[in-house]
Design a protein around this ligand. Sequence first.
Ligand SMILES: Nc1nc2c(c(=O)[nH]1)N[C@H]1C(S)=C(S)[C@@H](COP(=O)(O)OP(=O)(O)OC[C@H]3O[C@@H](n4cnc5c(=O)[nH]c(N)nc54)[C@H](O)[C@@H]3O)O[C@H]1N2
Ligand SMILES: Nc1nc2c(c(=O)[nH]1)N[C@H]1C(S)=C(S)[C@@H](COP(=O)(O)OP(=O)(O)OC[C@H]3O[C@@H](n4cnc5c(=O)[nH]c(N)nc54)[C@H](O)[C@@H]3O)O[C@H]1N2
Ligand code: SF4
Ligand SMILES: [Mo]
Length: 776
Amino acid sequence: MAEPGTDPVWKKSACILCSINCGLEIQTGGKNNRELVKIRGDKDNPSSRGYLCNKAQRLNYYHMGRDRIDTPKRRRPDGSYEDVSWDVAIAEVAAGLKKVKDSHGGDKILFIGGGGQGNHLGGLYSDGLQKVLGVKFRTNALAQEKTGEFWVAGKMFGGGPHGDFEHAEVAMFLGKNPWHSHGFPRTRVVLKEIARDPNRSMIVLDPCATDTAKMADFHLQVRPGTDAWVLSAMIAVILQEGLQDKAFIAQHTEGFDAIRDHFLQLSVGEYCAISELDEDLLRRAARRLATARSASIFEDLGTQQNINSTLVSYLHRVLLVITGNFAKKGAAHIAISLLSVTEASKGEVSGTTKKPRKKKVSPVLGSKVITGLLPCNEIPDEILTDHPDRFRAAIIESANPAHSYADSARIRAAIRALEFSVVVDVAMTETARLADYVLPAANAFEKHECVFFQIDYPRNTFHIRRPVADPLPGTLIEAEIHTRLIEALGALKPRHVRLLRTAAKLGRRPFSAALLGLMRLRPEVKKVLPSLLYRTLGTTLADGEAAATAPFWGLCHQFVRKNPLAAANAGFAGSPWQAGERLFDTLIGSPSGMVFCDAGSDYSETWNRVGRAGRRIQLHLEELFPRVANLQTDLLANPAEFPFVLTAGQRRAETSNTIIRDASWDKKAKATRLYMHPKDASSLALKSGDLVKITTQTGSGETHLLVTEHQRPGCVSLPNGLGVDYDGGDGSSVRIGIAPNDLTASNRKDFFAGTPWHKYVPARVEKLQDAATTAV
Ligand SMILES: Nc1nc2c(c(=O)[nH]1)N[C@H]1C(S)=C(S)[C@@H](COP(=O)(O)OP(=O)(O)OC[C@H]3O[C@@H](n4cnc5c(=O)[nH]c(N)nc54)[C@H](O)[C@@H]3O)O[C@H]1N2
Ligand SMILES: Nc1nc2c(c(=O)[nH]1)N[C@H]1C(S)=C(S)[C@@H](COP(=O)(O)OP(=O)(O)OC[C@H]3O[C@@H](n4cnc5c(=O)[nH]c(N)nc54)[C@H](O)[C@@H]3O)O[C@H]1N2
Ligand code: SF4
Ligand SMILES: [Mo]
């Protein structure tokens, strides 16, 4: 609390509830002066500029959660846990992992997670631990949503394009409800601007009348699972009416001839009938998109976790490219990033491994591993088998697979079947409760942390933030946890640390020379570079307080060498050394975040990052096009006993994955309800407030009903991230809402990327209790 007569201190930070990471200003106070008592938007944050959504006000529920862990824990044979000291935990975890490595090979250790929505610094350090152990396979949440999209973008563009919604004349949202889920900076401001401007339009493909769809000029209320038909029909309208950007296609693409005839021949009317859409509306939407000066498209879970997801990712980009919506203002671009998202997913953030890799497949199923990530749905099959190459151990950090990945019961069985497992988390999660060891981390407000997705263009921002509270006693930051494990495995030599510490005291130049010398002499130190920097250069940063940010020193130097113009435009000019130093100092010295690059005003600059021969975009993907040309409706049919299509995990105003586990702010459990259309409710004689049971091929759950016109008939939806088992305060465990993955199946997945069909779960609904007799 502030002293009388003094201004309260607003500490700069960022929200960690979605990938946008809006800048925050926080006042601490309350219990032990640690609580986040006041939260407001940080106007100095160059990306969010003061913007916040409703959810940020709930961050104290994350910060002060009752199931925070404050000491390492070891599992007893009966499934209970005993507290152990950090020394014991580090020694035993290192020994447990080493045993698996020695007896089966490091490639039998699976790494899961590596960062949430706003805590990513730890990922740099776990990367070193994995290299020391010889870990070859990783997975995280991206492999149950984005891997199909990454593969398509890589094949077509040789990079990852993103839209410019702030300037797009036409914005199209494909299975995406940005009003609630966000996805680009200041989302609601931008959406309102588009809706208000008579010269701009919004197209939304969503079966439900979401808050975004209600703002749209064209709401294509698609039958679930049929987006591939809708996009094909839109492309067909454009090509059949000759509305494509012929010059762009001729100058910048290849493969157009191989795909054109299919779209020229297909029947728009028949495709609209399959998607249950009004043909005239679809035609008007397609024309609007094709004739706009600029358009951007955002695809998200409504299609990425659905039937034909990789085909939809492909069709989306065909639509974008034939209308010439790349490399201009308001259209798609490939941003310049400081920390590459796909490289980071592969565990290549330290910049030490640049060798081209062999195509990797998963050890047991032999399935595709995209951007280094094993499909989440396949984890159980890669463990619950007697195959000699099955995984024997897992390191799980900042992820809650036992709750978030398909078929929780199978994931739980798989984790327990491992010979060794360790979880690094802030809370005693569903996953932590299965692990052999649980290591408690300081949370995202108790340490230096950073953003991850940097998709703005032409100016791009980065934010390294400082702690606003001391670490909960007993916890450690991930940098320290991984570095201690690396040291326990003998992979960080005290004499190397001593040498570099001495050099660091003399200044960054001598440090750099000593480091380069050491790396030449002992190339193996490159594996643990982040930890080496943390222990050495780190001790000189803000008296060691900012030690965990030390790996950014190397990343900044790499960045200015690779992108001298963009760095210079953002103010980091001069010799590469000077520019790199200034960039790093500015980065760690900007508590509100900073602009690290500026590509200038010529948007065609983005072609420099099209990584394909001749910088031409490939329109014909031979792996996918045959399926596009022969779309099958058989997957859309539900078994008779499951008449509904369930969206298992919708983003709502109240949800934030499983980051906030304490749902006590939701006194009436409003967030947990199953949504159903009035027509369906009346045919089942149900009404709002009734307690219902929902059953799928995998499992069942109970919750209350909300009857709403916004739901599409035949479809029901449940929120994502609820149904966690929270500490009731008296040793009991309380569950509010349904855990969506009690209802999903691991074998319902995309044929190509293995991503789950969480938005297409066959289900039935029955009444358990009348509203009149249930307290809602
Ligand atoms: N409030 C909140 N925001 C979040 C999160 C959160 O938990 N809560 N999580 C963050 C994360 S990790 C992610 S990945 C994003 C996800 O963000 P979104 O993808 O926007 O989230 P969802 O609500 O899961 O799905 C979007 C829409 O898909 C629609 N849909 C269902 N079936 C279909 C279909 O067959 N076709 C089409 N076209 N649409 C369909 C649903 O009706 C829903 O409106 O949100 C991020 N933001
Ligand atoms: N059925 C269904 N399932 C889904 C979805 C769906 O729509 N439907 N959505 C999916 C999507 S898009 C996503 S992104 C995933 C998300 O699923 P996960 O990747 O499992 O992520 P979160 O639920 O965000 O949980 C992150 C974990 O990080 C922990 N954590 C928080 N802060 C810190 C920290 O500072 N350090 C450490 N070490 N840990 C920390 C939290 O306690 C939590 O256990 O869920 C997916 N699962
Ligand atoms: S949840 Fe809201 S306030 Fe938090 S980062 Fe996302 S958009 Fe910003
Ligand atoms: Mo996600």
